[in-house]
Design a protein around this ligand. Structure first.
Ligand code: FPP
Ligand code: MG
Length: 342
């Protein structure tokens, strides 16, 4: 498997320029927001979402002329919007989840008050809105404004349904689209306003982002069970502890319900009781038992199959693109999303 660095090689300069722009959101003499934002962006991140925009744009530009003479400038604004929205949503999410560490570094809410942290997130959303206005294409505004709606409804669903072990697969896929895949989709969909394309081509481009996003989140769910604290920054099964019923567990319940309905109902009940359970050992036992059931019912394997289905669909849609190093990277990225370990 190629490293992310290798996959991003054709757009190395683009990512560098993006990082400079992210680090210079506001002038240093303005106020403490400047150092807070620099702190956030210096903490790193894979820059996966902007990379999708850069690679797809450059793959399209190989054989097509952009509609606007300033399409490059619009591309950078799109890439910046994607990373601003993503980062702002994580900054807010860390307050909601009361998380003190992200990507191995202290979160904003662990260093500043919740009030300051909320405002910093709001500032990034506001900056994204300014950039959207500067792109000056109504459809692109609609695409990213819809992402904000989706993020909020995905997050509300997640908060409301915490510890509800009876959620359906449909519910899971909708929440996953709202919370994760809709932003990935926007990163490629927005570009379709910059080139002359047929409706089928536009859908394939949007779907590439969407399906990569779905697979990305499913792999995140899998890693929560298979990874250790060192590589992921949190212990295995942390999602269950936090009340997130994710795909491997849903598959496990589906199978267990058929072979042992009583055990399935009992397991769901134990998960539902986690928030009122004071005894940490009992909680850990519930998590360990859930992981064992997932192993016994091939919950991880079935989730992998689902993620692989998504990336295969994503890559299939790229067939209309001419061969190029950018297209190769888009294909390799699909492989990376499946095989990544953190
Ligand atoms: C991480 O989920 C969180 C998100 C992907 C989205 C969070 C969205 C919001 C807080 C709403 C955004 C607000 C506005 C105003 C648009 P996770 O907790 O499952 O993942 P983690 O383990 O990385 O924290
Ligand atoms: Mg979180």
């Amino acid at each position: 498997m190629k490293t992310l660095e290798g996959i991003f090689n054709p757009i190395e300069k683009d990512i560098e320029q993006l990082n400079d722009r992210l680090m210079n959101q506001i002038s240093p003499d303005s106020h403490s927001l400047c150092s807070i934002l620099q702190n956030i962006f210096a903490a790193g991140g894979k820059r996966l979402r902007p990379a999708l925009s850069f690679l797809m744009f450059r793959a399209l530009a190989e054989t097509r002329n952009a509609i606007y003479p300033e399409a490059e400038a619009k591309l950078f604004l799109i890439a910046e919007i994607a990373e601003l929205i993503h980062t702002a949503s994580l900054v807010h999410d860390d307050i909601i989840d009361n998380s003190l560490v992200r990507r191995g570094a202290p979160t904003t809410n662990s260093k500043w008050s919740n009030a300051i942290t909320v405002i910093s997130g709001d500032f990034m959303f506001a900056r994204a809105a300014v950039n959207l206005a500067r792109i000056d294409i109504n459809k692109v505004v609609e695409i990213f404004a819809s992402v904000l709606e989706n993020l909020c409804s995905g997050e509300i669903r997640q908060v409301e349904q915490k510890y509800n072990a009876d959620i359906s697969f449909d519910y899971y896929y909708l929440k996953t689209y709202n919370k994760t895949a809709s932003l990935f989709e926007a990163c490629t969909f927005a570009l379709t306003e910059l080139f002359p394309l047929t409706d089928t081509e536009k859908r394939a481009i949007a779907n590439y982002g969407k399906f990569i996003g779905m697979a990305f989140q499913i792999i995140d769910d899998i890693l929560d069970f298979t990874s250790d604290e060192e590589s992921l920054g949190k212990p295995a099964g942390a999602d269950i502890r936090e009340g997130q019923i994710n795909l491997p567990l849903l598959f496990a319940f589906e199978t267990l319900k058929q072979i042992n309905p009583d055990k399935c109902a009992y397991m769901k009940e134990r998960i539902q009781q986690i928030p009122s359970e004071k005894d940490n050992l009992k909680i850990q036992k519930t998590i360990d038992d859930s992981i064992r059931i997932i192993e016994e019912t091939a919950g991880i394997e079935r989730s992998y199959e689902k993620a692989i289905e998504y990336v295969k669909e994503a890559v299939k849609g790229l067939s209309f693109l001419p061969e190029s190093k950018y297209k190769n990277s888009l294909v390799e990225l699909a492989d990376f999303v499946i095989k990544r370990s953190n």
